[in-house]
Design a protein around this ligand. Sequence first.
Ligand SMILES: C[S@@+](CC[C@H](N)C(=O)[O-])C[C@H]1O[C@@H](n2cnc3c(N)ncnc32)[C@H](O)[C@@H]1O
Length: 330
Amino acid sequence: MAASQALSVLQATDEFEEILGKLHARNLPEFFELIEERIERERGANGCGAKPRGAEANLDESTADITLHSIASEVRNHPCLPPDAVLKSERIRHPTVGEFAALDPVTVVSVDKFLYEDDEAIDEMCDEGMLSRNYCLECGSHRSAPLNFISHSASSQQLKFIFQKALPDLNGKTVVDIGSRLGPVLYGAYFYSGASRIVGIEINPELCAIQEDMVKKFSLRDRIQVINADVCTQATLLQEADVVVMHNVFEFFAPSETQISIWKFLRETLKKKGCHLITLPSLAKSMETLKLSMDLTSWVKQCPLEHITRWIREDEAREEVQQICRYEIL
Ligand SMILES: C[S@@+](CC[C@H](N)C(=O)[O-])C[C@H]1O[C@@H](n2cnc3c(N)ncnc32)[C@H](O)[C@@H]1O
């Protein structure tokens, strides 16, 4: 097929879905078997196997997963970190605008998804009396309602999705995480991509110290660097980046006026053509929440990810990664 007629991944996925819709349910298993054989043949022919794209040179996927879990466990047990993973020195403010503003702050509890990935870990915390799933609606009564759990860290699932599925090969590239907190994005980039320079910018010095401890303990210094600074002082680094990750950076951490000036700084600074932005929530949503009018169409092009997320079977996993947005700077 001539290059101009070639299907995009999104179009091909749509056509594949259409074919599935036309098949009788009883023929699906046989069809899937044929497809699986075809994929295996393709992998063999390309010599690419099922190896995660650009993953750390000698690590297979399960080793990378296990190492990431070990880091999470090490951070969880770090002597400076309380169970809710929020330091006393942090000034987390409940947003006054946007989707979280509607929630009563008393009903919101921080549960870090990088540290407490699965329900079992959360159940354990509840059993040990460190956490409750419910709050009392009327003091003294038995009526209660579920608390709203929010995470200030990316989960391993989100990290894998970002670095193995959403982004192209990052071999030799520079990844910058704005607001690196406990460092999950840095560890994710290290183990799930071939990025050669991975930099976290974090304004809180104690959070930087925890990241530094992990970098040292797991010997990650060859590719990871942590900078204790306000992102607005890091224009040169941002201009060198090939990927910039912004995961809920400012919403809980700065008043609206400060957030607006940071976004204006980022709009002015992030100009490298082809640089990828990974954001959560979407840029449009962040602008809308802050009532900030910014012409996004002259800055970035959004790269759809639905053709990847739609294949994730588990609802919860799909919802988690569906919030992730990818853009390319024009
Ligand atoms: C939601 S956390 C992001 C965590 C991490 N990137 C992840 O995905 O797991 C946001 C972090 O941004 C940091 N932060 C907020 N404003 C900042 C600024 N102006 N410069 C650098 N870091 C900032 C906060 O201290 C907080 O640790």
